[in-house]
Write a protein that binds this ligand. Structure first.
Ligand SMILES: Nc1ncnc2c1ncn2[C@@H]1O[C@H](COP(=O)(O)OP(=O)(O)OP(=O)(O)O)[C@@H](O)[C@H]1O
Ligand SMILES: [Mg+2]
Length: 370
């Protein structure tokens, strides 16, 4: 009895803390700021960085935990969403239980802890996608999915915030690397060659296409191979990978039963003064104009084997598939926007699709803080 009472009171205490921290103001950082700050990762700076995260991460996490509890159409009560909510609450508790950081030893222990938090949240995107599917399954058929705009907006805020949280943790952890690659400041490569990243991302996408279809169209890349600019390679890789995957799938599906050779996907890298733009063009038949408004929603995919309830993400390991979550495009656009860029899709139905990925070169755009 006493144990139960103590547990209840602890829960109440946690809920009050989450409420309090969820209302505090978030502080954003720009790519340039992270680059400047991280250029000298001595113990003193690492301690300052960790002290900032010790205050900032619980604010960001509490905000998300609160939102997860008040979603429309009963989404908050779906088992998958409850699981995600518990991850957020556990991480909030871990952060708030960590005492004030006073020296390098505290800083090291804190870094280990936030590294673990990042791992805990690895599967948030597929788990949330599952929650939304559970909702769609149980929803009154009179509610049209077009009415789920509110949920779409929530997911945009939620995933944007997640990108920020993971960037902050990843950057701090990476600053501890005793032998960083030349030109790298934490997760940022100050001399990133977009052509090289595009090459790797295209190869990875082709490998998955091979696995799924038994063949893969060629991908040709055009641009200046010596050009470089500061960016986060993992972000760029993810965006190009998603776009090339979509293009390869469209081309495969269109030319699968034809005797014509599948036309290559073309990637063009343009280095402007303000933006680096990467265009990914395919001849996969394009997207009908009526379908275009839906491609950036989290609920839309034309994949046949849509990832469903029975899909075991943990057993699937890396879980990388050709298509099936319906969130490749909206998430790629969030990554682009996170550092001040954007993503646009232009389609010519009956011919093909052009994806324009704009990346801001200036790096001083403020972090979006939903
Ligand atoms: N290059 C393209 N050509 C034709 N259709 C496309 C192209 N890119 C996207 N689409 C359409 O937009 C839909 C949404 O794309 P998105 O990448 O967001 O999800 P997905 O590919 O279905 O699943 P995943 O989340 O696994 O990427 C696709 O299912 C497809 O119908
Ligand atoms: Mg996709």
């Amino acid at each position: 009895m006493a144990v139960k009472k103590a547990a209840e009171s602890a829960m109440r205490g946690l809920a009050e803390e989450v409420q309090k921290w969820g209302c505090m103001k978030q502080t954003g950082v720009s790519l340039r700021y992270m680059m400047d700050f991280g250029s000298n990762p001595n113990p003193r700076n690492l301690l300052i960085g960790a002290q900032f995260l010790h205050k900032e991460l619980p604010i960001r996490i509490a905000r998300r935990a609160l939102e997860l509890e008040s979603l429309p159409f009963g989404l908050s009560h779906k088992p998958a969403v409850l699981k995600v909510r518990d991850w957020y609450l556990d991480s909030f508790r871990d952060l708030r239980c960590f005492p004030e950081l006073k020296d390098s030893n505290d800083e090291l222990a804190f870094t280990r802890m936030i590294k673990m938090i990042k791992v805990r949240h690895n599967n948030v995107v597929p788990t949330m996608a599952l929650g939304v599917q559970q909702l769609k399954r149980d929803l009154d058929p009179r509610i049209h999915t077009g009415d789920l705009g509110e949920i779409h907006e929530f997911l945009n805020r939620f995933y944007m915030s997640r990108i920020g949280i993971r960037m902050l943790i990843g950057q701090h952890v990476a600053l501890h690397d005793p032998n960083p690659e030349p030109g790298c400041v934490g997760q940022i490569n100050t001399k990133l060659s977009p052509m090289l990243v595009a090459e790797h991302a295209a190869e990875d996408a082709r490998a998955i296409c091979m696995r799924e279809y038994g063949s893969a169209p060629e991908v040709n890349i055009y641009g200046d191979p010596t050009f470089h600019f500061p960016y986060v390679p993992s972000h760029l890789h993810l965006m190009v990978f998603e776009l090339v995957k979509n293009s390869l799938r469209a081309v495969e599906e269109r030319f699968m039963d034809s005797d014509k050779v599948a036309p290559p996907v073309r990637i063009i890298v343009a280095d402007g003064l303000e933006d680096v733009t990467i265009k990914i063009s395919d001849e996969g038949g394009g997207i009908a104009r009526s379908g275009l408004p839906r491609i950036f929603t989290y609920l839309y995919s034309t994949a046949k084997n849509l990832v469903g309830e029975n899909y075991d993400h943990e057993a699937a390991g890396d879980g990388v598939i050709m298509a099936g979550y319906g969130c490749g495009l909206p998430i790629s656009r969030l990554y682009a926007r996170y550092f001040g860029g954007d993503l646009q899709i232009i389609s010519m139905e009956g011919y093909g699709t052009d994806a324009y990925l704009h990346l801001s070169r200036l790096g001083d755009s403020q972090e979006p803080l939903p």
